[in-house]
Ligand binder design. Structure first.
Ligand SMILES: NC(=O)c1ccc[n+]([C@@H]2O[C@H](COP(=O)([O-])OP(=O)(O)OC[C@H]3O[C@@H](n4cnc5c(N)ncnc54)[C@H](OP(=O)(O)O)[C@@H]3O)[C@@H](O)[C@H]2O)c1
Length: 280
């Protein structure tokens, strides 16, 4: 409330106004200065990220299609030496060279075979980052209707395959290196017909946290994708309900792997990239 008898003069008002203007100019100048510094820092960090993967050896198991292929393409562009291992990788070598680039190496490899794990690692020697993005051959089915052998095979490749591969590979990982597994939304949220994938994903996330402690200083993380393109019309329509209102692209998922490879302070983490799908 204005005090009684107070009559602000025009001069007084102008003086205040000038002071305010000068203060705002100074404030704005400082903000621009900070913004410029922040832009410079961001650019520098981007370049550091690029530099930190240059010439690093990255083994992408399950890199011949889908999310693994998107990771292979991304890290290749950042200058990494990329090895793609999967059952069909060698047969698809030319197509993969076309997709990713000339400098890739491909290895024929079945993660469910203990023998093939040994041969892959003998050929590999040292690795900087190990990415596992293998999809087991299992169709969604209600628990009562799930074929036990299919469920066991899915565990054999995605869970036991990752377990056995990491157990054999961890001491071939260079200092500063990391391991990244792939889990999925079926571990975050319950969907009818996805109990087997849910258990496998949860088991891998528990393994991730344990290994971050036991294999330190090697960093161990996981990426949990939501629903990734392409999907049926029904799933696309369901995606409209997600906070981000659409399916993920493979590239958006791949960025999480690059972040986990390049941030030296992150370990034992499952990075969820699901457009908020788990929240609704
Ligand atoms: N796409 C999604 O919406 C989604 C959502 C949540 C979680 N995920 C998880 O993300 C991971 C990748 O899924 P994706 O959709 O990218 O799958 P994808 O396109 O089917 O690719 C799977 C990759 O795994 C390889 N693979 C399968 N069995 C293998 C084995 N026994 N040994 C070695 N490699 C094998 C395949 O190559 P070969 O056939 O040549 O062996 C292929 O390179 C999976 O773990 C999946 O559960 C995916």
């Amino acid at each position: 409330m204005r005090s009684r008898g107070f009559k602000p003069s025009v001069f007084y008002n102008r003086r205040i106004q000038n002071e305010i203007n000068l203060a705002s100019m100074d404030y704005l100048y400082k903000q621009c200065h900070y913004i410029n510094i922040n832009v410079a820092v961001l650019l520098e960090r981007g370049m550091e990220m690029e530099k930190s993967l240059k010439d690093k050896k990255i083994l992408v198991v399950g890199g011949s299609s889908g999310i693994g292929l998107a990771v292979a393409k991304f890290v290749y562009k950042l200058g990494a030496k990329v090895v793609i291992a999967s059952r069909s990788a060698v047969i698809r070598h030319d197509a993969l060279v076309g997709d990713v680039g000339e400098r890739i190496q491909t290895v024929s490899f079945d993660i469910a075979s203990a023998h093939e794990i040994g041969s892959l690692l003998d050929a590999m020697r040292k690795i900087d980052h190990l990415v596992i993005a293998v999809r087991p051959d299992i169709k969604p089915a209600l628990f009562q209707e799930t074929d036990f052998d299919s469920a066991r095979e899915a565990f054999e490749s995605k869970f036991w395959g990752s377990y056995r591969l990491i157990q054999a590979a961890w001491n071939q990982i260079n200092p500063g290196g990391s391991i990244i597994m792939t889990t999925g939304i079926a571990g975050e949220k319950v969907f009818k017909g996805s109990s087997t994938m849910g258990i496998i994903n949860n088991a891998l996330e528990t393994l991730c946290r344990s290994l971050a402690v036991e294999l330190a200083p090697i960093r161990v993380n996981a990426v949990s994708p939501g629903f990734v393109e392409p999907k049926s019309r029904e799933v696309q329509e369901r995606a409209l309900q997600f906070p981000i209102q659409r399916l993920a692209t493979k590239e958006e998922i791949a960025r999480a792997y690059v972040y986990l490879m390049t941030n030296d302070y992150v370990t034992g983490t499952t990075m969820v990239v699901d457009g908020g799908a788990r929240l609704i």
